[in-house]
Design a protein around this ligand. Structure first.
Ligand SMILES: Nc1ncnc2c1ncn2[C@@H]1O[C@H](COP(=O)(O)OP(=O)(O)O)[C@@H](O)[C@H]1O
Ligand SMILES: [Mg+2]
Length: 216
């Protein structure tokens, strides 16, 4: 299967959530996890490389998708193979819309879209949703409230929630703003980090299991 973390805005927590999710699945499931860093900044890949210094075994490999290659999936069969594979193939994208993402966004099984309620983020999320619509992507859209501040009353929350719920699943549990997530690495989840993402990921994996009729 292919699970892609993407949206049209940088800094919303895509890479943090992609790392947390890859770690979480690698630690809790029998399945192989493969990660593909499709962001020109390669933050996931760099972190994974840096973590080679840690004395903890790696949980998965991370591959860079070649930026030079305008059509990384012109080898279409490879993409379909990944989709049909039992492995959990996780993609982390940049916060820019780009035609080179089209095939991946069309053929992902799930697109996980972290968002915040700031006006800028709300607008970008809607642009991204629209982009997926134009691509006629059949992927299930899953929205996660990212860096959520429990003590704050977001003025546009109600309107935004009802709008995005038309396009996919909005996870009930937010991922709260937590300092522990700022020091996440690719080899473990601390107790605190696991606690920060657990409820959202339980909902997410339950939904994946239901849609694909599998057990992660
Ligand atoms: N839930 C969170 N709580 C606190 N900080 C977060 C959280 N999620 C992400 N961050 C921080 O926000 C910044 C941007 O996150 P990142 O995952 O790199 O976003 P993106 O990949 O969408 O650009 C990073 O400094 C990261 O540590
Ligand atoms: Mg990123």
């Amino acid at each position: 299967m292919i699970i892609t973390f993407g949206t049209q805005k940088g800094g919303t927590g895509k890479t943090t959530l992609a790392i947390a999710f890859a770690n979480y699945i690698a630690m809790s499931s029998e399945r192989n996890v493969n990660v593909f860093d499709f962001d020109f900044q390669k933050s996931f890949y760099h972190k994974w490389k840096e973590d080679e210094l840690l004395e903890i075994p790696k949980l998965y490999d991370v591959e860079i998708i070649d930026e030079e290659n305008k059509q990384p999936f012109s080898d279409f069969e490879h993409l379909i193979e990944m989709k049909e594979s039992e492995d959990v193939n996780v993609f982390d994208l940049a916060g820019t819309l780009d035609a080179k993402y089209s095939d991946l966004l069309i053929y992902s099984d799930f697109i996980v879209i972290p968002f915040e309620y700031s006006n800028v983020s709300a607008k970008s999320t809607l642009v991204f949703i629209n982009f997926l619509g134009l691509l006629e992507s059949q992927a299930e859209r899953i929205f996660i409230r990212s860096k959520y501040d429990k003590g704050y009353k977001y003025q546009n929350q109600e309107g935004m929630d009802s709008e995005i719920s038309k396009y996919g699943l909005l996870l009930k549990s937010p991922v709260f703003k937590r300092n522990c997530l700022q020091t996440i690495d690719t080899r473990k989840l601390t107790y605190e980090q696991k606690y920060a993402v657990k409820n959202s990921f339980l909902e997410l994996t339950e939904y994946i299991n239901k849609c694909l009729e599998i057990t992660l």
